[in-house]
Design a protein around this ligand. Structure first.
Ligand SMILES: Cc1cc2nc3c(=O)[nH]c(=O)nc-3n(C[C@H](O)[C@H](O)[C@H](O)COP(=O)(O)OP(=O)(O)OC[C@H]3O[C@@H](n4cnc5c(N)ncnc54)[C@H](O)[C@@H]3O)c2cc1C
Length: 485
């Protein structure tokens, strides 16, 4: 069954500071949708959660449970010096249902939060279905009306994808991602790379006066060795539905390399117009890196979308002169993935620009991964609860991992927008320079949690006008904020 959902009309406003509960829809009962529904319901709102399984299947899900993990069973690290660990710590401060269920179904995996996937999905399903404020409806939604959170994930059904494209613009929704790796600036060897734009032309506003790109020049011997490693490297073979029809712009670099020994030299590695100022000569081949963030801490390896396995990406790309010690902030990948060009199509709180009550959450917004998807579902639930009660939506500061992810989706260059996972390159740097990486991350994490607590308090997110705090019992809240100055 296909349905058009949402209450339509304007959201009820709060009168004289008194909150008004209302009904909202959440579309998609995956990680983001389950978290969003929970956050809305625990703030006193009536929620209809629409999940199309089992009425309509996706190519990856196998059960009818909410929050089914489609592949690996891990939410990655819990350590605060890991970007995923920090994001989870922030989510715990906000009362995440997904993490509560994950804790309850945890299996041994060292410092990673890995779960028994059946127990995990069963726990989320039970909590959602037994909440008196949530009605779960099993249907495929094909239209959009607010107030709602759309969290239909990388495998959004075709009919809803059509509705989203016609609402937000035909180019707003992509069906595949072709992601090149991103390297941390501080791990690039300045002795070997040089700044330049091809023929001095491809500059951009605010770029270094020597040119916009970092260039890694290769000799003939270096190119040959690199090419041999690239064509021989082990690659990931996805599910059948995940096979992407390669076209210009998403051709994996290893596929291009297999077409001929000079194909890359006439493609993304072409050396012309990029004279190395130190030698005065053109190199045999040049790998270019393009700035990914405003602060210039994240650099995208241009044209290197790839299906190589992660250890192979590390091994092969570190053969590129200047990238021997490369720290990967994001690995390359090519997937079937419905995702929005958020910086072009959505507002800062990831809503339709013409209707702030139509919010998006999860992988469809351009975040990548279980934890990131759940985190955006959490914030979308909080924000829709605020909006329908007449409050402004809020976003944590970019010193937090969650705030930094939202900033990326707001400020990334829409011409090159690609999905992003949590990583420290997104977060504001410390004012002082700390050379030791682990110590720097510890300090960034301490600051992030301190500022997340202040932000929660400043916006009264646990007991605000948006309604009763529900899941967040006072004792637990006290514990979360223990030690807070
Ligand atoms: C094959 C595959 C493997 C992956 N492996 C990993 C991994 O190992 N680790 C990782 O971190 N991430 C992985 N991902 C990414 C992963 O999908 C996301 O991280 C996460 O599941 C996204 O959460 P979500 O809530 O946005 O979407 P989902 O969890 O996919 O939930 C979306 C829900 O919306 C429902 N839906 C879709 N359309 C409609 C509609 N029109 N009406 C009603 N309901 C609808 C779907 O049935 C689904 O239940 C993988 C993705 C795929 C496709």
């Amino acid at each position: 069954m296909r349905e058009r959902v949402g209450c339509g009309g304007n959201a009820p406003r709060s009168r004289g500071g008194v909150s008004s509960a209302s009904r909202a829809a959440v579309i998609g009962g995956g990680l983001a949708g389950s978290e969003a529904a929970w956050q809305l319901a625990t703030r006193g709102h009536q929620v209809t959660l629409h999940e199309m399984r089992p009425v309509r299947a996706t190519p990856a899900h196998k059960t009818d449970r909410l929050a089914e993990l489609v592949c690996s069973n891990t939410f990655k690290s819990t350590e605060l010096t890991n970007a995923h660990g920090l994001l989870k710590a922030e989510m715990r401060l906000l009362g995440s249902l997904i993490l509560e269920a994950a804790d309850g179904s945890r299996v041994a995996a060292g410092s990673a939060l890995a779960v028994d996937r059946d127990a995990f999905a069963a726990a989320v399903t039970e909590r959602i279905e037994s909440h008196p404020g949530i009605t779960v409806v099993r249907d495929e939604v094909s239209g959009i009306a607010g107030p709602c959170v759309i969290a239909t994930g990388p495998l959004t059904s075709d009919s809803l994808a059509d509705a989203i494209r016609s609402r937000l613009g035909i180019n707003a929704l992509a069906f595949y991602d072709a992601i090149a790796p991103i390297i941390a600036r501080e791990s690039i060897d300045d002795e070997k790379v040089f700044r330049a734009s091809r023929y001095g032309k491809e500059t951009m506003a605010g770029a270094d006066e020597d040119g916009a790109y970092l260039n890694c020049p290769m000799s003939r011997e270096e190119y040959d060795a690199f090419l041999d490693a690239l064509v021989g490297a082990d690659q990931y073979h996805g599910h059948e539905f995940d096979e992407v029809p390669y076209f210009e712009g998403c051709m994996p670099v290893e596929v291009m390399a297999k077409r001929g020994r000079d194909t890359l030299r006439f493609g993304p590695l072409k050396p012309v117009g990029l004279r190395d100022p130190r030698t005065g000569r053109d190199a045999h081949a040049v790998v270019q890196l393009r700035q990914e963030d405003r602060a210039g801490r994240m650099w995208n390896v241009v044209g290197f979308q790839t299906r190589l396995r992660i250890p192979e990406q590390q091994r092969v790309l570190r053969m590129i002169p200047g990238l021997e010690a490369a720290e990967f902030l994001r690995y390359g990948s090519i997937h079937r993935n419905s995702y929005l060009n958020s910086p072009a199509a959505l507002s800062p709180h990831l809503a339709a620009r013409d209707n702030p009550t139509i919010l998006f959450a999860g992988q469809i917004t351009g975040v990548e991964g279980y934890t990131e998807s759940s985190a955006t579902g959490l914030l979308a639930g909080i924000n829709l609860a605020r909006i329908v009660s007449g409050d402004e939506p809020v976003i944590p500061p970019p010193t937090t991992m969650l705030g930094a992810l939202y900033r990326y989706m707001r400020e990334a260059d829409p011409r090159h927008f690609q999905p992003m996972n949590a990583n420290f390159g997104l977060v504001d740097d410390l004012p002082e320079r700390i050379r030791d990486k682990k110590r720097r991350r510890e300090l960034i994490a301490e600051r992030a949690l301190r500022e997340m607590r202040s932000w929660i308090k400043a916006n009264d997110l646990f007991s605000s006008s948006t309604g009763p705090a529900g899941a967040h019992a006072p004792a637990r809240r006290e514990a979360l904020f223990a030690g807070d100055a």
